[in-house]
Design a protein around this ligand. Structure first.
Ligand SMILES: *Cc1c(COP(=O)(O)O)cnc(C)c1O
Length: 466
């Protein structure tokens, strides 16, 4: 992502300038619309609450850092997809965040569930999810994982290589079953953030290329394998996508492929999955489309392509992950130190160190993700200063929020809340520096409970056999 720096927004007397898109807030206590789950508000005493529970009460009981899910909000987002995409199957991408309760919630709201490893499959099965509602992804599923998927009877397995097709066909035939399969194809479009990048789309590890003919060959291999019941094709163009242009190309090419398959083999494959990647707001920079609008667009695109190819409308599915789990949780940290750093060019940047960091949210360090933050335990009258929220790890790249205005009186002991922390934060968490992973709690109707408990040093030492 590239941001243009806007000259003139410099406050050299108190701080350096932030990126051009970041506005100095008129009220540093205000919660920006669209970033927070529906149950988050600032109470009259200035403190944030989630679904009726004040954050200081949560911090006192579960400690910090902690991931705090707003159950009603996550359910609303799941139901919103199910309703907007009526007639489609909506698979929740479990890799964005998965626990047994979250798996049950999304299924209760009418969704299906995607997993992409044996570990995620085990969580889904332990949650009691009907295996027929589970899709199994991954570009390098092991033999054991494929066996586990067949044994459980998952609803579909998305194949990603010729080697895997052969493996799966053999395993299924040996068990005397037919594996329900989608072939993952590369539609030749890689849509990232705000940009639609049409280059380098073929040069990545996922899928069979449509243009080289690999996708057609994979389809033919599947059709020729007695152990495989080929249901259709699958395309996932990327993540954090805001424009529908990428999906338009994907719809055209995948339906074009279905037409070519029908022409060549005489078979009309019934299913088409268009993947996930629907963007969410992490900062004021992001402006996601309402789910209903997205559904209207995708339906219109599919209809147009079916008309022009003469194919019947396929059974459609999508796979949103972050759009369901992301905005439903905030991350709660406690401030440990505050350090104004005088920069060579003049100006000061205030480094606010919190009690977590890249081990509980790697996205900022991994792909320069942008986040927002607010002081959560109180409101403040102090003038806003440009801050960088950093973690406690031994890396200068250990940044949680690169640029955010926080009140100038921010101090040790304050709580900081970071919205949009429900997706790809806990699910990508590590034990770097032997920091135990934080707990995940869920709040609903003024009560909270633990979804995943905090790891302890004893948990870490239990692995050390020395
Ligand atoms: C990651 C992934 C998703 C979900 O992506 P989001 O950005 O979380 O919506 C869906 N489908 C596939 C195949 C994926 O790899």
């Amino acid at each position: 992502m590239s941001h243009t720096h806007v000259a003139g927004a410099i406050h050299a007397d108190v701080s350096v300038s932030g990126p051009g898109w970041l506005r100095r807030p008129t009220d540093v206590n205000a919660l920006v619309d669209g970033l927070w789950s529906s149950g988050v508000r600032r109470r009259p005493d200035g403190e944030l609450e989630v679904a009726g529970v004040p954050v200081t009460a949560l911090a006192a009981e579960v400690g910090t850092p902690a991931y705090v899910f707003d159950e009603a909000d996550l359910r609303e987002r799941a139901r919103g997809f199910a309703e907007a995409f009526a007639g489609w199957r909506v698979y929740y991408a479990g890799k964005s965040f998965l626990s047994k309760d979250v798996a049950r919630w999304v299924v209760e709201e009418g969704l299906y569930l995607d997993v992409c490893t044996g570990g995620e499959l085990a969580v889904a099965l332990a949650a009691g999810i009907d295996p027929a509602r589970i899709g199994f992804h991954g570009n390098n599923k092991s033999l054991a994982e494929l066996q586990a998927a067949l044994e459980a009877g998952v609803g579909r397995i998305i194949v990603d290589s010729f080697i895997e097709i052969a493996r799966l066909a053999e395993l299924a035939a040996a068990r005397g079953v037919q594996a329900p399969v989608l072939v993952r194809v590369t539609a030749g479009v890689e849509a990232h953030t705000h940009e639609y990048i049409a280059t380098a789309h073929e040069d990545q590890k996922f899928g069979f290329s449509i243009v080289t003919g690999d996708a057609m060959r994979a389809v033919e291999e599947c059709l020729g394998a007695p152990g495989i019941d080929l249901r259709g094709i699958h395309s996932h163009i990327g993540s954090q996508i805001f424009e529908t242009a990428g999906f338009e190309v994907a719809v055209r090419r995948t339906i074009g492929l279905l037409a070519a398959i029908a022409e060549r083999t005489g078979q009309i494959l019934p299913e088409l999955d268009l993947g996930g990647g629907f963007g969410i707001a992490y900062t004021t920079l992001d402006d996601p489309r309402p789910t209903v609008e997205l559904a209207e667009h995708l339906n219109a695109m599919v209809e147009a392509e079916c008309r022009s190819t003469g194919l019947p409308r396929p059974e459609l599915s999508i796979e949103p992950g972050r759009a369901i789990s992301g905005p439903a949780a905030l991350m709660l940290y406690e401030v440990g130190t505050v350090k104004p750093v005088v920069l060579a060019g003049g100006g000061v940047r205030t480094y606010v160190s919190v009690d977590g960091g890249m081990s509980d949210n790697i996205r900022t360090a991994l792909y320069a993700a942008e986040y927002s933050a607010t002081v959560a335990n109180r409101a403040s009258d102090a003038a806003p200063v440009l801050c960088r929220v950093v973690g406690k790890h031994c890396e200068s790249g250990d940044i949680v929020v690169r640029d955010e205005f926080l009140p100038g009186d921010i101090a040790p002991g304050d709580l900081i809340a970071v919205p949009g922390a429900g997706a790809y934060a806990r699910s990508m968490a590590s034990n770097y520096n032997h920091v135990p992973r934080p707990p995940v709690v869920a709040v609903a109707d003024g009560r909270w409970r633990t979804l995943l408990r905090r790891e302890t040093v004893d948990d870490l030492l239990a692995l050390d056999m020395g």
